[in-house]
Design a protein around this ligand. Structure first.
Ligand code: NG6
Ligand code: CA
Length: 519
């Protein structure tokens, strides 16, 4: 071949390649777009290990949760970081142990934003991978930076820590303000009826649960005796904002509709949705359709309601053709409680139901039921059904999805458990620090170590063993999942080993012996 011919063939090839290149790039982009999975975190509030059929509940039917749990990876050792809401949510969204932040405690509705706007969060982390990010439901991580004026845009909040869309309640269903906040603005607020909130002093002339029990349709048992809204006495005082106040019985439907609308609006781009449901936290206010759905009274009925919502939400994902491309992570922020401040028959109508599923303690507890919660992942066609005993924590969702979508692992306390979440590994974490009302304990292998803490062993208001005691407690969870036999005395080496490993992570020499904070 002559040199000139060679050159011209070379040029032809080059021209051909050049013409192909843009098409190839485009193809790669589209396939990346369609394969980047959506991620949905469904998070319940105070749902116990034993509250779900797939985890052994027989007295409440939870068919929709069960379908996901039994069709995906159902973890038997899945943990929230904490035995209360705010710290667990902090751990989930930031990948950082909440006890590293001294303010990560149950927050009043007026607390400032707990997550620094400088901090990495799951939604922020997903931005470079092209994700749209949303939260619908309970926030409870503080809002604003001091005194909040609820009649202006409330910020910083979820939008300022990475969520493109945020439709939330500020704190809890039992705390004021009892309004929805739509991307920072109180929804349906009449400017002529401004909202005022105070957690210390009442506003003149406003009835309260304490002074006007006759106006309460739900009776308070402890706390919850301030402003009465919809017949339910709340924590904190509120005035004004009548048109913006939520209807408790409609809350589940309301958040469901917002979650469904979010999915429909963002089905053509990869999205991350944090659907933070309010059930079965107090006040338990099932929609009339669910009153009597169970024999357990309102606590059982709102679990049935939550299950229905999950079923409807999944139907939306199905209808939009998204199931094969969506990883669903389901869990609860802390363990169960029956009487959490209202007389609502949770104790009286419990029957044979065991919300803690045989674990010791409950919400607020350092025993297992405080933090070991229902935890499962589901991904149609990608995850094969299995039960996994791997030790995993909600805090690990962050590093795991970093791996999944190919962004940098933020390298915090969060560990990459993607293989465990996908069901291809049963290894799990080696250890985990657990937190309950500002106290910490340690899980390593099959062992649970609880340091000595002052304070009453039982929180008598809620009737839950919280884990306080004069000495180190040690339990072998493999042999004694119900933590009935403290084996610290006969295993001094084990105690020493765990103590050293615990303190290496926890930092202070004796993480124990702090004053029990009554919430
Ligand atoms: C406690 C409340 C309890 C609940 C909890 C927060 C009293 C006496 N008790 O202070 O009812 O609201 O805070 O629960 O007020 S959590 O799931 O959001 O952490
Ligand atoms: Ca909770």
């Amino acid at each position: 071949m002559k040199t000139s011919n060679l050159i011209s063939s070379f040029l032809i090839v080059l021209a051909f390649l050049a013409s192909c290149a843009p098409a190839k790039k485009k193809e790669a982009e589209t396939s990346e777009k369609t394969t980047k999975p959506n991620i949905v975190v469904i998070y319940l509030d105070d749902l116990g290990y034993g509250d779900v059929g797939a985890y052994g509940a027989t007295e409440i039917a939870t068919p929709h949760m069960d379908a996901l749990a039994n069709g995906g990876v159902r973890f038997t050792n899945g943990y929230a970081t904490s035995a209360t809401c705010t710290p667990s949510r902090y751990g989930l969204l930031t990948g950082v142990y909440p006890w590293r932040n001294k303010d990560a405690k149950i927050l009043p509705g007026t607390a400032p934003l707990l997550i620094s706007t400088e901090q990495m969060t799951i939604p922020k982390m997903l931005k470079p991978a092209g994700y749209h990010t949303g939260i619908v439901g309970k926030w409870h991580l503080g809002l604003g930076s001091g005194i909040v004026n609820w009649n202006e845009r409330v910020s910083p909040g979820p939008n300022e820590v990475g969520f493109d869309y945020a439709y939330i309640m500020a704190a809890t269903q039992d705390r004021v303000p009892t309004v929805y906040i739509d991307n920072g603005n109180v929804a349906n607020l009449d400017p002529n009826d401004p909202i005022e909130i105070d957690y210390k002093n009442n506003f003149e002339g406003q009835p309260t649960g304490k002074e006007n029990p006759e106006l309460c349709e739900m009776k308070w048992h402890h706390g919850h005796n301030s402003t009465i809204i919809n017949g339910v006495p709340r924590i904190g005082f509120m005035k004004g904002g009548e048109s913006a106040r939520w209807k408790d019985v409609d809350m589940a439907d309301h958040f469901l509709a917002k979650a469904q609308a979010y999915v429909k609006a963002h089905k053509n781009e990869p999205f991350f949705l944090y659907y933070a449901m309010q059930q079965p936290h107090v006040p338990r206010t099932p929609h009339p359709r669910f009153v009597g759905a169970t024999t357990l009274g309102p606590r059982g009925d709102v679990i049935a309601e939550a299950d229905w919502c999950i079923g409807e939400f999944i139907k939306t994902l199905e209808a939009e053709g998204l199931m094969e491309n969506t990883l669903i992570v389901f869990s609860s922020d802390n363990g169960p409680v029956l009487n959490d401040g209202y007389y609502d028959d949770a104790v009286e109508k419990l029957g044979d139901h065991t919300p803690a599923g045989g674990l010791r303690g409950g919400k607020y507890s350092l025993y297992e039921a405080g933090t070991r919660v229902p935890f499962f992942t589901y991904w149609k066609g990608k995850i094969q059904p299995k039960v996994s005993d791997a030790l995993v924590c909600q805090m690990d969702v962050m590093a795991s999805i970093a791996e999944l979508v190919g962004v940098e692992n933020p390298n915090l306390d969060s560990q990459n458990m993607l293989a465990e979440l996908m069901g291809t590994s049963d290894k799990g974490r080696d250890e985990l620090v657990l937190e309950a009302t500002s106290r910490t304990a340690f899980r390593k292998g099959d062992w649970a170590l609880i340091p000595p803490y002052k304070g009453k062993p039982v929180n008598t208001q809620v009737n839950i063993e919280v884990g306080n005691g004069p000495d180190y407690q040690l339990y072998n969870l493999k042999e004694d999942i119900g933590q009935q036999k403290d084996v610290a005395a006969e295993n001094p080496e084990k105690v020493a080993e765990l103590k050293a490993a615990f303190e290496a992570i926890r930092g202070d020499a004796n993480a124990g012996v702090q004053k029990l904070e009554l919430h």
